[in-house]
Structure formats: C-alpha cells, structure tokens
Design a protein around this ligand. Sequence first.
Ligand code: HEM
Length: 505
Amino acid sequence: MEQLQSSFCFIFFTFTFLFSLFSFSLFILRLKPCCSCDVCTAFLSRSWSPEFVNLSDWYTHLLRKSPTGTIHIHVLNNIITANPENVEYMIKTNFDNYPKGKAFSTILGDLLGKGIFNVDGKCWRFQRKMASLELGSLSIRSHALNVVVDEIESRLIPFFSVAADKGEALDLQDVFKRFSFDSICKFSFGLDPGSLKPELPVSELESAFDRSSMLCAERAMATTPLVWKFKRFFNLGSEKKLKESIRVVKRMADEVIKKRRQSGFSKTNDLLSRFMGSISDDDYLRDIVISFLLAGRDTVASALTTFFLLLSQNPKVLQKIREESGRVIGDDPTQDPAGDPTREKLPAFGDLRHLHYLKAALHESMRLYPPVQFDSKFAKQDDVLPDGTFVRRNSRVTYHPYAMGRMERIWGSDPLEFKPERWIRDGVFMPESAYKYPVYQGGVRVCLGKEMSLMEMKIASLSLIRRFDVQVVNPDRILRFSPGLTANVSGGMPAVVVRRRELPE
Ligand code: HEM
C-alpha cells in the first residue's frame, strides 16, 4: 500500500512538474524573448536611449516611420498603434475583443481591486452606469465646482501670492499635485487631506499613493511578470514596498468609509456617500473610490503642469488667453461680482462656456503632453486591425496618444507647434475626433471625468493667469518622464511667480 502511495506521489509530482515546465516554455516562446529583429534588439539593449530621452519618444519615432502607423515589439508581445482607424476599431467598433484583460487587472489588482479602472464585463458595466448617472447629475457637478473653487480661493491663490512675495521658485508639478489631490479627495470622500496648506505637509496617504502608482507602473514595464510575481510571493524588495504602500492607502480609505457609515451619509454630496446608497460591501466601495482618486489626481496635475510650461514658451498664447478672459469676465481679477471684498473674482461656471480660446489651448496642450501617454488592452480572440496588422489572441495592443499628437499624418506639417488656433473655427472651439485625439480615451470607455477635469483646469489656470506671471525656469529643456501610470516630469517643474496686480488688503 505504502509503495503504491509513493508511486502515485511520484507520478503526480512528475506530471505537475513537466506540465508546469511545458506551460512556462509556451509562455516564454510566446513572449519571443530571443527575437532578433532590429526593434526588439534595440528595445532589449536600450540602444535607443542615447538618441531619445523617453521610451515614448523612441516609439513616436518608430510609429512615424511605419507606413501603417503601427509597430510590434515582439519581446513584449505588444502591438503599438498611432493609427486613428485602429484606435476607433479597438475602443469602439470591436470593443468586446479588447478588454483590459487579466494581465492588466493582475498588475493593478492589488491596488485597485474591483474598481472601475481595473475590471471588465458585468462588474465594469454596473460601475460605469452608476458613476455616469452620478457624475452627470447637476448636484454632483455643483458640488465639484464648489470643491474646486474653495481649494483655489483658500489655498492655490494664497500659495502663489506668498511665492510671489518671497520671490522664491516653486515646483508647479508638486503644487498642482497637491491641489488636485485635495480636490479629488474632497470630491470623492468628503475628506480634506490639506496637502496644499501653506506648510506643504507630507501626507501619508499621498506618499503611499504615489509609491503604489509608481511601483505598479514598474510591474507593467517588465518584459515578464514572473519576476514581480516571484518577489510578491516572497514579499521581497519593490513588492514589499508596494504591499506596505497599498496597505496605507486601503487603511485610510477604510477609515473614511467607516466614519461615513457611523455619521450617516444621506445628507452629504460627495461621491462616496452617493455610492453608499446602492452598495453595502465596504471593500467594493473602497476599490471604487481608490479608482477615482487615481483617475482624478495625477491626470489633472500633469495637464496643468505642462500647460504652464507651454505658456512660458508661448507668451503670445498667454496674451490671447488674458484678452479673451478680459472680454468675457472683465479685466479686474480681484473684483467679486457680488461685491464681497473678502472674496476674489473667479470665473463663474457660465463664463467657462464662452472661453473658447482657453479651451482650445488646454486641448492643444494635452495633444502634445497627454496625461495618459499610452493605454493597453489585451485581445480576447485572433483579429485583424483595419490597417491589416494581425493580432494574435492574448496579445497586448496599445494605442499611443503621445505619439499620435506628434504625427504629421494626423495633424499636418507642424505637429510639434503649440497652436490653439487649430481647434478654433470662426471663433468657436471645434472638438476633434476622439480616435485622432484619444487623450480621454473615447468610444465605449471614454473618461467619465472629462467635463469635470476641464472645468477644474479652466478655473485653476485662469485664476492664476489673471493674477500672476508664472515663468517656468529653463522652459526649453527636454522633458524626461519618470515611470508612473500618468505622465510625471522627472525633477518637477520649477517656476518663478510674479504678482501682476496688487490685491486689496
Ligand atoms: C486631464 C484629466 C483627465 C484625463 C486626461 C483623463 C483620461 C482618461 C483616460 C485616458 C481614461 C481611460 C483609461 C483606461 O481605461 O485605461 C480615463 C478613464 C476614466 N476617467 Fe479620466 N481623465 C482625466 C480626469 C478624470 C477625472 C477628474 C475623473 C473623476 C472625477 C476621471 C474619471 C475617470 C473614470 C471613472 C474612468 C474610467 C472609465 C471606464 O473605465 O469606464 N477622469 N480617463
């Protein structure tokens, strides 16, 4: 009997071992780690790096050269496209074949759980429906406006005023991250982390969030997930740090949810309270809210940072924005329309609709510096893209807004010029196709915070532009982006601020 048992064990373990080895070899073969084509060799040896500062710049160069606007990095099993027809096909026409997929949800699963960013199918559809109803409602929009206006009046403008008085440089990227973090936390949780208070406190939640986002992005850049999975299993190195950071984010989110349950949620207007009406599972609620923090924080900060860089490089555009705002809102930024001397005049919600040039300038800025530089999906079945590219099942397919904004075949002969005029016809802002300009994605999974983010960026940028001259230090330097889920300028964006008009005491 004993002999039978040990023979059985031997057969079982040998079979399991051989089967695992076979699956692993298949997996490795599919990755083609030994591909010797020029592109893969350059990718693996990083021989592109002396010529291009960022991987995205090298991809842009390859995509520009490709007749179809599509390339294949075999060692990553990744098809990258800057072809608007392919983009439309992936995110609209054949949307069902291009989900985020298991590979993506595994990379972000520890941080985002079942939050909207990280799920497909029924779970996504449920959250999408609920979130679009909430974000479309008038009361949540006016809540968002109040949150943003309060943050600008009480923190952003005073912060810039102090910087102007002291004459010291500030880091625009850091300030905008703090501004958008406070705003999205108040909007989503009804919680004020106070990260843009004058003393610029170090927020445990913010640092943990930054670290988690960076470490998850590093997972996504690895040629094989086996390494990080191994490190996660044994709780080593970067995976140990990631686990600790995620624990902080989740603990804080749990605390907020618990407090909100205790204090009652029906009278408050933030997103969490609204979701609480339909969801009783607190883990699920936490995942949803963390997705919103990720969606709304770094994207807005990244867009505002590069917007001010481009304005420093293009003073004529800045001048036109000021002229337009003078025509629409009036010239004095300090006069409150209701005559309240303690309040400064901010653009009202109704005014924003008439600021066509400002809207064009923001869109133009995100064309050159999209906050989400690329976005990947995983093919469910074999397929052929409209440009004839064959897509094998389980391949990663990435569309690349950063490269697309720099393509002559999409934007004409001057794609690298910052020209808001390309968005204006007869004085009116004209949107472009979302497949040519997928900065907010587009199609079935288009960003749900698009209008809110535009409102936030218009009010924040205009409030500063009307009061201050903000000059980025060394504006013509080449930008290097650090790894992260959203574009983050390495070394920040130092700028000098000078007050344009004296504000009343
Ligand atoms: C400049 C600002 C923003 C940009 C450029 C932007 C861009 C994007 C992009 C590219 C996606 C698709 C991501 C993917 O599926 O992989 C997305 C999705 C999303 N965004 Fe935004 N976003 C911005 C601001 C916001 C804000 C402020 C919010 C929240 C209030 C928000 C909420 C969302 C949500 C909930 C989704 C998921 C939609 C879905 O999967 O159905 N976004 N955004």
